[in-house]
Design a protein around this ligand. Structure first.
Ligand code: ADP
Ligand code: GLC
Length: 480
């Protein structure tokens, strides 16, 4: 079985969020089931050394305004197809945004070029490899199913589109369709058009053979007006082709018994040395040492989705309850400034690092007692899964994948020894305050807390089960 993944990010090469982790992990998990996969990615500057090591498979004289090459290279046990097109991708900073923080003006060409090249590979293969299924991730890959359908070929591979986050849809001026020769009969409300605009994600959803998203609960939420962000009608119409396959995590990379970012390893059985990470974290964030005070952490994009405006309002409560907070993140200027100020307002109690730091995120999972994820919506979420594995109890909004992966510490679940964290109603400061109070109260009952930690750390969070679900999905398509 040959699968061609298409995405705008892939860990460990280029990452802004969970999409990268998933795209980097799924092919590895499926390799164990005998699946051969390639991942098509733009060759951003972060990948320039890989481009130099790679082999040129194809060259384009003019791909939307400049020359381009398709490069094949293997790295980190992944088979990559890199689209090297300097006029589109050789830019400093964020892969989606210009230096003023706005989307690059030509994002339709940047990711449209990736889709165009991938659609060609999908149909004709590269060297002696041809995909049986093309798997398009998020809006950046959304044109692939459309372009494959447009070729109208009997031997075309099947297409899967995965929604990692429906908030990002890739909407562009209708005239952009001319670059891709999208005919009138496909530029309709049922097809690539979204209220007069060209919708990349919409195209992916309208023309894929199957649609998946990253948790069962989010798959249901997507059908509603509240969560579907205007695409609920299309998704309702395609409900029989939509399924939720829960994300896993790379349990080799996220493993407290071997994690090089921790000062001392620890395990579910022997957790004493989690304290070493906690000490290191306290000094890194300038927090007062206080074993009786639960140390919360946040590792996140600072956006409204993540409910971190609510947490800012809850900080006085968190501190009054005896808690401390270490926050690592970057995002909207108002939230970045809000947290910088909070660190000044609550010295020793609230520590903040604005930025992106993979190593530090590991130390935080290792050294914290609880991880806060008060999202308003969350397709899956990965940081709560890392939290489970590191015995850092997730305190989460009851939505999407957070609802599917954290078992609330109710009296009943505590008694049954199934609890792994705290859930709250999303979207309200009151509910967040209550969740914080509950966490602090649980922390004060150290014997119970430790038992919950044990259950959390033993929860399976790897890819095994979900890889099988993808495998079955691909198989069902190939059999058709
Ligand atoms: P999303 O993809 O919506 O941002 P996820 O929870 O799925 O949310 O994935 C976020 C990923 O990005 C996790 O691997 C998390 O550890 C990482 N991450 C987020 N912000 C930072 C940061 N500032 N520094 C390091 N890692 C971060
Ligand atoms: C998105 C979602 C997040 C999910 C990730 C990987 O960025 O916001 O919830 O975990 O994709 O699927």
């Amino acid at each position: 079985m040959n699968i061609l993944h298409v995405a705008s990010e892939c860990a460990p090469f280029v990452k802004t969020g969970g999409l990268a982790d998933v795209v980097g992990a799924v092919p590895k998990a499926l390799a164990q089931l005998g699946v051969s996969a390639k991942i098509a990615l733009p060759a951003y500057p972060a990948l320039s050394s890989l481009v130099k090591q790679g082999r040129i498979l194809k060259a384009y004289e003019d791909l939307f305004g400049g020359p381009a090459r398709l490069i094949s290279v293997q790295s980190d046990a992944l088979d990559l197809l890199l689209l090297d097109a300097p006029h589109l991708f050789d830019r400093p900073g964020n892969i989606y945004l210009d230096e003023t923080g706005r989307d690059w003006q030509d994002n339709h060409l940047r990711f449209g070029a990736l889709c165009k090249v991938v659609a060609e590979i999908a149909l004709d293969g590269v060297e002696d490899w041809k995909p049986s299924v093309v798997h398009a991730h998020d809006w950046q890959a959304g044109l692939v199913p459309l372009l494959v359908k447009m070729a109208n070929r009997q031997d075309a591979p099947k297409c899967v589109t995965t929604i990692h986050n429906i908030a990002f849809q890739g909407l562009f001026h209708w005239s952009a369709r001319e670059f891709f020769n999208i005919p009138d009969h496909l530029f309709t409300h049922e097809g690539a058009e979204y209220y007069g605009q060209l919708g990349f994600l919409k195209s992916g959803l309208a023309f894929a053979d199957k649609i998946t998203t990253v948790s069962p609960t989010y798959a249901g939420e997507l059908l509603t007006h509240e969560f579907g962000m205007g695409l609920e009608g299309l998704l309702q119409a395609r409900q029989s082709d939509l399924s939720g396959i829960l994300n896993g995590i790379d349990t080799d990379v996220w493993n407290p018994t071997t994690d090089p970012a921790l000062p001392a390893p620890y395990s579910a059985r022997n957790r004493v040395k989690k304290h070493n990470s906690r000490d290191a974290l306290e000094s890194r964030f300038g927090l007062m040492a206080d074993p009786s005070s639960p140390l919360f952490c946040v590792i996140s994009r600072l956006t409204e989705q993540k409910g971190l405006d609510l947490l800012l309002q809850s900080l006085p409560h968190l501190v009054t309850q005896g808690g401390r907070l270490a926050l690592l993140g970057s995002g909207t200027p108002d939230l970045e400034n809000g947290y910088r100020q909070a660190a000044q307002q609550f010295p020793g109690r609230v520590g903040v690092v604005i930025g992106y730091d993979e190593q530090l995120s590991h130390l935080m999972q290792g050294g914290s007692d609880a991880i806060l994820v008060p999202s308003r919506f969350e397709p899956c979420g990965l940081t709560q899964l890392y939290g489970l594995r590191y015995g850092t109890l997730p305190v989460v909004g009851r939505t999407g994948g957070l609802a599917d992966t954290v078992v609330d510490a109710t009296a009943e679940n505590l008694k049954a020894k199934t609890a792994t964290g705290i859930q709250m109603q999303p979207g309200s400061v009151d509910a967040l305050n209550t969740a914080i109070t509950r966490t602090c109260a649980l922390f004060a009952r150290q014997k119970v807390w430790k038992s919950v930690m044990g259950t959390a750390m033993r929860t399976p969070v790897g890819w095994q089960q979900s890889a099988l679900r993808y495998f079955e999905l691909y198989q069902s398509l190939i059999a058709k």
